[in-house]
Design a protein around this ligand. Structure first.
Ligand code: NAD
Length: 490
């Protein structure tokens, strides 16, 4: 297994098509965000590469879909075992490619990628279909589910292998074959996983990975007439484009998109737990998780106490070299993204907001090697109007804004006052209040007195501009299969 973290020369990736590594004629530079230098070259694939991958996937489909669920599950479990056995190499590579800390990759990204395969291998074996009798008509109705065919899977850069496997695992477990396109900014662990595919006994053509940019490789995949289904995770703007692009083919779409997630904190909350968790929910993975908290609404009577304690806790959230186990955050994905995130802090200041800690307030002490990396400290802002772009738009960095509310109704109205609806956290010891809020908050996921606790059996996804459809357990099975209703008359 090559370990990109230890290679000094530039790593050159190849596409994985029909079970083989296939070189590409042109490449894109990929940066190590913690040092700001190119260290890898990613295939700049386009329509011809996608065409070859779709052809391989089509050829593999009859054989793979004819296997029993147990036979497919065996292959997925083997893949999970192989990922588990190589956690360290994958964690080092994910950190170097994305900028996140090795600790985060080792404890979250890679174990969860392995678990995605293990979970869907098992989940697949437990679905049942519907049956209904109509004796007066002499009929029995029942449903069957069949794999859709070649699935197009497109994933983003923030949790590279984690989100890619979240799609590949249910798609192939259900009997589809896939053509996947990871983000061009974070392709290395997907490429490493291709070697494991061979070892796990994934038949050639069942999983094809085509590397490249969205407008070239992604567009060719979305626009391919023989790809009837697209599962996309990424930004709302790209999803809007994909929806239009796939409309002429009436494709099945699952869209998991951005968020502007509120934390709503009532005066009766357990503040110790709430502050510890809300610091994590705001800043984990450099704030580059679609589920991260970016608007914190605190009940007026505890606002000052909360802000003081929250800022003190945020100041302890350490940012620096991703390999240092003492750091909570590493580097942001790119120079452009760092500048975008910083521009929101500048905008907040220009609108009269107060920056309590982080950007422009606290100095980062970085090792010399990381001096040109894309680092930004955990930043807390207050005093911004709800209509500000800072409070309305997804920042996707280590920045969170604190504001107050004075009634349950106001908390609901502020929480829902954005175009997104992905996740929310609600903090209160009053069970009735928690239930009322969960009903009224417009979000696909409402965590009360916790954050990011997931059961993969349950639906995951957002409403409003945060997505269309749900994935997870039964929902993934439904998305990656077509249901047919069969009626038998005797
Ligand atoms: P992005 O939309 O720029 O890119 C996502 C993927 O789409 C990449 O692989 C990219 O190459 C591809 N792409 C871009 N243009 C395309 C096109 N025209 N046709 C086909 N594919 C195209 O998003 P990003 O910047 O990589 O990721 C960050 C975004 O993802 C944030 O908005 C974040 O909230 C969101 N996200 C959502 C979830 C979720 O589960 N809801 C999870 C993680 C990230």
């Amino acid at each position: 297994m090559p370990n990109p973290s230890e290679q000094s020369s530039c790593l050159v990736l190849e596409n994985f098509i029909g079970g083989k590594f296939v070189p590409c004629r042109t490449h894109i530079d990929s940066y190590d965000p913690s040092v700001g230098e190119v260290y890898c070259r990613v295939p700049d694939s386009g329509a011809p590469e996608v065409e070859a991958a779709v052809a391989a996937a089509k050829e593999a489909f009859p054989g793979w879909s004819a296997r029993s669920p147990e036979q497919r599950a065996q292959v997925l479990n083997k893949l999970a075992d192989l990922l588990d056995a190589n956690v360290e190499e994958f964690a080092q590579a994910e950190s170097r490619d994305q900028g996140k800390t090795v600790t985060f990759a080792r404890t979250v990204d890679i174990p969860r990628s392995a678990y995605n395969f293990r979970f869907f291998a098992s989940s697949l074996l437990h679905h049942t279909n519907d049956c209904s009798q109509m004796d007066h008509m002499g009929c029995l109705h029942y449903t069957i589910r069949c794999p859709v065919g070649v699935a197009g899977l497109i994933s983003p850069w923030n949790l590279p292998l984690y989100l890619l496997t979240w799609k590949i695992a249910p798609a192939i477990a259900a009997g589809n074959t896939v053509v996947a396109k990871p983000s061009e900014m974070t392709s290395v662990t997907a490429w490493m996983m291709c070697k494991l595919m061979q070892q796990a006994g994934v038949p050639p053509g069942v999983v094809n990975i085509v590397f490249g940019t969205g407008p070239k490789a992604g567009d060719a995949l979305v626009g391919h007439p023989d790809v009837p289904l697209v599962s996309f995770t990424g930004s709302t703007a790209t999803a809007q484009y994909i929806t239009e692009r796939s409309a002429p083919y009436c494709k099945k779409l699952s869209l998991e998109l951005g968020g502007k997630n509120p934390a709503i904190i009532f005066a009766d909350a357990d503040l110790d737990r709430c502050i510890e968790t809300t610091v994590r929910s705001s800043f984990s993975n450099q704030g580059e998780i679609c589920l991260c908290t970016s608007r914190i609404y605190v009940e007026g009577s505890i606002y000052s106490e909360f802000l003081e304690r929250f800022v003190a806790a945020a100041k302890k959230w350490k940012t620096g070299a991703p390999s240092d186990p003492g750091n909570d955050n590493g580097a942001l994905i790119s120079k452009e993204h760092l500048e975008k995130v910083r521009s929101f802090v500048a905008l907040a200041k220009s609108e009269g907001g107060t920056v309590h800690c982080g950007e422009g307030v606290d100095q980062l002490h970085l090792p010399e090697r990381n001096a040109k990396g894309y680092f930004m400290p955990a930043t807390v802002i207050s005093g911004i109007s709800d209509s500000s772009r800072v409070m309305q738009e997804e920042i996707f960095g280590p920045v969170t804004c604190v504001s107050s509310f004075h009634s349950e109704e106001e908390a609901v109205s502020k929480g829902n006052g954005v175009r997104y609806g992905l996740a929310a956290t609600v903090w209160s010891r009053d069970v009735g209040k928690v239930h009322r809020m969960a009903r009224k908050i417009q979000a696909g996921l409402v965590w009360t007195n916790c954050w990011l606790v997931r059961d993969l059996n349950l639906p995951f996804g957002g409403m409003k501009n945060s997505g269309v459809g749900r994935e997870g357990g039964k929902d993934s099975y439904h998305f990656f299969t077509e249901v047919k209703t069969v009626t038998v008359k005797h």
